[in-house]
Write a protein that binds this ligand. Structure first.
Ligand code: PGA
Length: 224
């Protein structure tokens, strides 16, 4: 997740080449999608957001169909920065998840609790995440298996994003286990995938994954 970086196409090409490996998804700002697509040999392409309508009077928005036409296979939805700065609500996010899955995009749905919630303990954070997932996935049901198999949840505690202080590996793993159980119980997903995001770097990734519960990382700053 490159977020709002870099500011030139030449840098985008350099970055794309540096991370071009299997099992990697690169999510650049929208205008770089065609360039990054042409550059990649191994990694997949994703977008940092997507709108919930396919077309219409929605200035500034980008639809799932446009993303697919430009080679994106994934879309991040509900990133905490969009929730904070663009006031995206769970209701908007649920619409985005529905439209993107129906259009055949793979969705990386971001959820995460604030510092205030986490201070009350892991159980309180789990209650928060359960409620967030319920709202963000309100259009999924156990019959939409074909759709939900294209869903990946990224657990990103807000206080760990961009701070250089990731969650404790055991607690991130406990949360991943909790989310997987919940996805299986609520939506009959047999093998849900959960990523961890928040200050993952090449120096700490091994430790974060050491618990075996986390299936991958959503990397922001370190992807640059
Ligand atoms: P970070 O961001 O790796 O810079 O903490 C993670 C993210 O994209 O949310």
């Amino acid at each position: 997740n490159w977020k709002l970086h870099p500011s030139s196409e030449a840098e985008a090409i350099k970055l794309a080449r540096a991370s071009d490996a299997k099992n990697v998804v690169i999510c650049p700002p929208f205008p770089y999608l065609p360039t990054v697509r042409k550059t990649l040999r191994h990694a997949a392409l994703g977008a940092q957001d997507v709108f919930w309508e396919e077309q219409g009077p929605y200035t500034g928005e980008v639809s799932p169909a446009i993303l697919k036409n430009f080679g994106a296979r994934y879309a991040i939805i509900g990133h905490s920065e969009r929730r904070a700065w663009l006031h995206e609500t769970d209701s908007m996010i649920s619409e985005k998840v529905r439209t993107a899955l129906m259009a055949g995009l793979r969705v990386v749905l971001c959820v995460g609790e604030s510092k205030e919630v986490r201070r009350k303990g892991l159980a309180a954070a789990q209650r928060f995440i359960a409620a967030q997932l319920k709202q963000d996935l309100k259009y999924l049901n156990s019959k939409s298996y074909a759709l939900s198999s294209k869903l990946v949840v990224a657990y990103e505690p807000i206080w760990a994003i961009g701070t250089g202080r990731p969650d404790k590996p055991e607690e991130a793993a406990a949360m991943a286990r909790f989310i997987k159980k919940l996805l299986t119980a609520r939506y009959a997903l047999p093998a849900p995938k959960v990523l961890y995001g928040g200050s993952v770097t090449s120096a700490n990734a091994r430790r974060i994954f050491s618990q075996g519960e986390i299936d991958g990382a959503l990397v922001g700053g370190a992807s640059l």
